[in-house]
Design a protein around this ligand. Structure first.
Ligand code: SF4
Length: 84
């Protein structure tokens, strides 16, 4: 699997703080639980293994690398890091 683009900086070119969040596309998620294992505490899974971010998915800077690891290891490409 090819490497995907990494997360962007938390501050944009205009100096505004950008809130980064991790999201799971429920249409793509197949319940492998890989994200749950790769990024402890970042995702919760239901009884069938389908994942959703904990809380609202907001990423603090120290969690960015862990979130990217989950993105890179999701076989369904269901996880993305977005700015809001
Ligand atoms: S690794 Fe991807 S497909 Fe598997 S549970 Fe997590 S989000 Fe869903």
């Amino acid at each position: 699997m090819g490497r995907r683009p990494g997360p962007r900086a938390a501050i944009d070119a205009g100096g505004l703080v950008v809130v980064m969040k991790v999201k799971v596309d429920s249409e793509k998620c197949q319940g492998h639980n890989r994200c749950y294992a790769m990024a402890p505490g970042m995702f919760k899974v239901d009884e069938l293994g389908y994942a959703t971010p904990r809380g609202d998915g907001t990423l603090t800077p120290d969690k960015m690398a862990l979130a990217q690891k989950a993105v890179d290891n999701c076989p369904e490409r269901a996880i993305e890091i977005v700015d809001e």
